[in-house]
Design a protein around this ligand. Structure first.
Ligand SMILES: Nc1nc2c(ncn2[C@@H]2O[C@H](COP(=O)(O)OP(=O)(O)OP(=O)(O)O)[C@@H](O)[C@H]2O)c(=O)[nH]1
Ligand SMILES: [Mg+2]
Length: 258
């Protein structure tokens, strides 16, 4: 599935996820994006059969374990070989904090991004449409750690001035002997990025769910705060209309009082 169809649809064609939900082709395609540069990107949460769909994008350098983490989350399997990804999407239904969710995950290619010239239309599309981003590095690969900031910049390039749900993942933490990035360094970077941090092991299936769930929680929190802001502003509008009418009536009464 291309980034474009992932962005515009709620279904997946991927065949290898027993515990994942597979969606039919005829299902609704509620576009969650718009094209403007300076307007909020997500206009409407995507739903299917009343189930909220959360669009998650997994980013990070090649070989850090993006596919392994995603596959562990979706189908409880460990991918013990490196098959460079072009682009795959998966769906997984989960109950998070008592509320059902459908995670629509785009596993991206660990591209080497020498410059912004490489920022293709395809990549731009998923950057626009992702609601939450998982930026991965490997604790055994210092370069992948240094690159995480670049991925953050790529997101900001498309989603400037937006509060983006983000999680930083240091994968392969089972490989302690080969560790090149300390936990403290990971924590410090997460603090700088202002996001939660997990050291995961796709091999041992540790903290994998936590990382994905934390993204859904952030998306929900963002939505709640947006809704309450909307409610408040609606209430303020109504209140000011009544205040205006009341003031006019008072002025009128004063004017005509004997
Ligand atoms: N020991 C260990 N190996 C891992 C872990 N996660 C991934 N690997 C291995 O690392 C290699 C790369 O994993 P992938 O999931 O294919 O990496 P990727 O980030 O998807 O790579 P690209 O698709 O090329 O971007 C594979 O051989 C995996 O088996 C982990 O948590 N622990
Ligand atoms: Mg991959």
């Amino acid at each position: 599935m291309s980034a474009l169809s992932w962005a515009l649809s709620t279904h997946t064609e991927h065949a290898c996820q027993p515990s994942a939900v597979r969606m039919s082709d005829s299902q609704d395609r509620i576009a969650a994006c718009n094209g403007g540069d300076d307007v909020p990107v997500i206009t409407q949460p995507t739903t299917r059969g009343g189930l909220r769909v959360y669009k998650i994008v997994v980013l990070g350098d090649g070989g850090v374990g993006k596919s392994a983490v995603t596959l562990q989350f979706v189908s409880h399997r460990f991918l013990n070989y490196h098959d460079p990804t072009i682009e795959d999407s998966y769906q997984k239904q989960a109950v998070i904090d008592g509320e059902a969710a459908l995670l629509d995950i785009l596993d991206t290619a660990g591209q080497v991004r020498d410059s912004y010239v490489e920022f293709t239309a395809m990549r731009e599309q998923y950057m626009r449409c992702g609601e939450g981003f998982m930026i991965c590095y490997s604790v055994t690969d210092r370069h992948s750690f240094q690159e995480t900031m670049e991925y953050r910049k790529l997101i900001s390039r498309v989603r400037a001035n937006e509060d983006i749900p983000l999680v930083l993942v240091g994968n392969k933490y089972d490989l302690q002997q080969q560790r090149k990035v300390t936990t403290e360094e990971g924590k410090a970077l997460a603090e700088e990025l202002g996001c939660p941090f997990y050291e995961t092991s796709a091999a041992l299936r540790q903290f994998v769910d936590d990382a994905f769930f934390s993204l859904v929680r952030q998306i929900r929190a963002k939505e709640r705060s947006r809704n309450s802001h909307r409610k408040r502003s609606r209430w303020w509008r109504i209140r000011s209309i009544f205040a205006f009418i009341f003031r006019r009536k008072q002025r009128h009464a004063l004017h005509y009082s004997p």
